[in-house]
Structures are given as C-alpha cells and as structure tokens.
Design a protein around this ligand. Structure first.
Ligand code: KG4
Ligand code: ZN
Length: 341
C-alpha cells in the first residue's frame, strides 16, 4: 500500500514545530523550537515575542523536520496545520506557511483543532486504540472532557469555567516564586512535600463535568500570605520555609489531580466506556499519571497517556490528526482562517 507522508505545523503558542508523520501513526520527525527563554522574565508568554520568533524560525524548523524524516518536500502528500485555538499572530504564521507549502507543492491542506490534536497524540507511536472513548485534555489554555465517537465526531462533555489546569499550575508557581512554566517546577518541588499538610480543594461547579481552578489558586495565595506573615513575625523572614513550599506544592497538585480523576471517571460512567484518554501539557506530570493509573485499576478503567514528548505542544499530533480528518473527507482551501474557539 502507498504510504502517506503528512507534514504537520504547530504554532498555537510559543512553540514552532514541524513534523512528518506517515499514515497518521509513524513519526518520522518532530522538530520543536521554543521561544520560552524569551518569555521567562515576564512570567508568561508574550504573544508578540512568540509570533515574531515563529516568523523567523518556521522555515528553518520545516527544513530540519524534512531532513530528519529522510524525505524531500516532493514526498509530502498532505499539509496539516493548527488553525486554532491559540494566539492569533502565532496561528497566522503557521497557517500562512502551510498555505504557501500547499500552493507551491500542489498538495491538499487541512486545518486542525489544537485541543483535539492533544487527544490524538495518544494514537501516535502505532498505538491502536479503540473508539469510542472519553478524553480529558489538560493544557495551559484548556481543561475539557470529551466524548470521542470518531475523529470527526467529538462532543464536549464539560470544560473549565475559569482558569485552565495548566494555568493554575503556572499561577501557583508564580505565587511560590518558582518561575515559568510552573507545571514542571511544581511537580519537582512536590516530590518531597507532604500532600496532606494543607487542605486545598477545587471549587464545585453547577454542571458536574465542568471544572473550576481559580478558587484553589486564590486559596493558595491566601494561605501563602497568611503563613508568610506568621513566619515574618516569628523569624523575621519574609519568605516561606522550603518545607512549607514543598507541602503547598504537593497539596495543590493532589487537589487538582483528585478533581480531574473524579470528573473523568464520572464521564466514563455516564458514557458507559472503560477507556479514558488523557492529553495536554499537564498530562506530562508523573504524579498525575501515577494517580490516574492506580485509580483506574480500581475502577476497571484503562487510562492512556501519550509519551511525555507528545503531551506538550508538537506538530506530530497535528500531522497525525490531520491525516485522520483528511481520510474522513476534510480538505481546506486557501481561504482557511484562524478558529479561536
Ligand atoms: O499543552 P501545552 O504544551 O500548551 C497548551 O496547549 O497550553 O501545555 C502547557 C501547560 C503549561 O501550563 C505547563 O505549566 C503545563 O502544561 N505543564 C505541566 C507539566 N509540564 C507542563 N503541568 C504540570 N506538570 C507538568 N509536569
Ligand atoms: Zn497545547
């Protein structure tokens, strides 16, 4: 059978990524360049810096991905690109580059939803998962539960009413003075913390499968403020002790993981499925992976995570998902536009 090489492009946030994936599963290359170090001092991604860097890098990154894949541009059969949601200027760069490639190579173009492509990351590396299933996406911009009947039939079951899960990790890391991005820093700090030391919990929501993370972030802020004062009086130090920081990080991480498990399993019960697929940057968290897996065992559910490299933003998942959508008949024209929702 003739193999189909799909070139994927992902520029929805600070990464510039291009990948070549064969037949939706076999990753031939996945080049990721990040402008993270230019944003660090601001404590978050600055959209203008991100898009300027992407404009500068995209051609080099594409060249590298083609070379790594061991093919030439002529061997590309389809161009897939993230069309949203994400940062407007960043998406413009990826979409415009994809259009130029599609036009010059006379190959079809397909726009891909970024959040759905995080789910698809689980199908890379030749894993043959069975549809339908419940999917949880936990990233810096989104926290949503989906029921996936097929790659082109995805139903939203619930989503965050305020902050995204990754955003809460980033904000709590900032409160603790850790830096950006906060997720991996919280994870590291929490390793030696006591998760039972502080009682944090996520706020309830009117709809059972929605999420809310802004309350817990504020609870951490107040806890830190109150305990910093206390320490200030006693030890004349304005900083939290390292031990308390570790305990706060561990307690926060536990509370967030608990609510994600509870609502994902509820979704599985309601949709009568035993398969749960998780994706997005926060899914790289080892504690979360471990807790989901052990709770799933007890509940008789099977949990799937992408390998850590494919949890974070990458173009391989875009190429893979684009391939599946193309097979379902999706093709976009040169009028493909950004889709922010
Ligand atoms: O999926 P992603 O790369 O980009 C978006 O689509 O937003 O996710 C980035 C988010 C950031 O908020 C980051 O702090 C979080 O994922 N993250 C983590 C970990 N690694 C990245 N959160 C918790 N634990 C981690 N190990
Ligand atoms: Zn993402």
């Amino acid at each position: 059978m003739i193999k189909m090489n799909v070139l994927g492009i992902e520029t929805s946030c600070d990464e510039t990524s291009v990948a070549v994936v064969q037949d939706g599963r076999r990753v031939l290359s996945n080049t990721v360049a990040s402008s993270l170090r230019f944003h660090k001092k601001y404590g978050g991604v600055i959209p203008e810096i991100a898009s300027r860097m992407q404009l500068e890098l995209i051609a080099q990154v594409a060249e590298h991905a083609i070379q790594e894949a061991g093919i030439t541009l002529k061997k590309v059969d389809l161009v897939a690109v993230t069309s949203g949601p994400g940062l407007l200027g960043s998406l413009f760069v990826g979409i415009s580059f994809a259009k130029a490639l599609s036009l010059s190579l006379s190959r079809p173009l397909v726009g891909v939803n970024h959040v759905y492509s995080h789910i698809y990351a689980n199908f890379l590396e030749s894993r043959n998962l069975k549809l339908p299933f419940v999917a949880l996406v936990v990233s810096g911009g989104h926290t949503s539960l989906f029921y996936v009947e097929d790659f082109h039939k995805i139903l939203t079951l619930g989503q965050t009413q305020d902050d995204a899960c990754g955003e809460a990790f980033d904000k709590v890391a900032k409160i603790l003075g850790l830096g950006y991005p906060g997720g991996p820093l919280i994870e590291r700090l929490a390793q030696r913390g006591d998760s039972k030391k502080v009682k944090f919990s996520c706020s309830g929501t009117d709809r059972k499968m929605d999420f809310s993370f802004s309350g817990i972030k504020t609870a951490v802020l107040y806890y830190v403020r109150d305990n910093t004062r206390h320490i200030y009086k006693e030890c004349e130090s304005q900083t939290l002790s390292c031990e308390l920081k570790r305990d706060i990080a561990a307690s926060f991480q536990k509370a967030v993981t608990d609510v994600l498990i509870k609502k994902s399993f509820l979704a599985c019960r309601l949709k009568k499925t035993k398969t749960l697929i998780i994706g997005g940057g926060v899914a790289a968290n080892s504690y979360l992976r471990e807790k989901f897996n052990s709770a799933a065992k007890e509940a008789g559910i099977t949990c799937y995570f992408p390998s850590k490299e494919f949890c974070l933003d990458n173009a391989a998942m875009v190429a893979g998902f684009g391939y599946q959508l193309f097979r379902k008949g999706k093709v976009d024209g040169l009028d493909l536009n950004v889709e922010l929702n």
